[in-house]
Unconditional design. Structure first.
Length: 153
């Protein structure tokens, strides 16, 4: 990476959130398609696992790289960052439950219920994150690869 390049971290975060919203929508569409296809269970597991890995990886990267850098430049954001990290922990548990449900090939209604819960928490989390930290991110000076800071999306 060119360390002299100034990264617009606010735009990067919005882009990641957009891709994760799209991944969730694709996963929800796969569930809505039901079990008509002979390999629907394995397809559903693939969608659910892929989405879970993407969202969880994004949050782990934020916790490890983005939030410490942001807190160093903006200590007043400590309460917001703490709340965001608590959300990450809660979402990680919900993602684990979704993975388990998909691996057990639970019925469509159960999988849909997991996805609906994740969707509600994820959207609330993203909106709070965007409201609280997008402006400070616009001036963050962090020389790092966006994939290391926001996850490989």
């Amino acid at each position: 990476m060119d360390s002299d390049r100034l990264i617009a971290w606010d735009a990067e975060l919005r882009g990641v959130h957009s891709r994760l919203r799209e991944a969730l929508a694709v996963t929800q569409e796969a569930v809505a398609a039901g079990t008509a296809a002979p390999d629907a269970a394995s397809d559903l597991l693939l969608y659910c696992t892929g989405f879970c890995v993407a969202l969880d990886g994004h949050h782990r990267s934020e916790d490890a790289a983005l939030f410490p850098a942001l807190a160093a430049e903006h200590p007043e954001l400590a309460p917001a960052i703490e709340k965001l990290m608590q959300d990450h922990s809660m979402l990680s548990q919900l993602l684990g439950a979704l993975r388990t449900a998909a691996e057990r090939q639970e019925d469509t209604a159960a999988i849909r219920g997991h996805l609906d819960g994740i969707s509600a928490i994820m959207e609330s989390h993203f909106r709070y994150e965007e409201r609280e930290i997008l402006e400070p991110l616009s001036s963050l000076r962090l020389s790092a690869d966006p994939a290391d800071v926001l996850g490989p999306l």
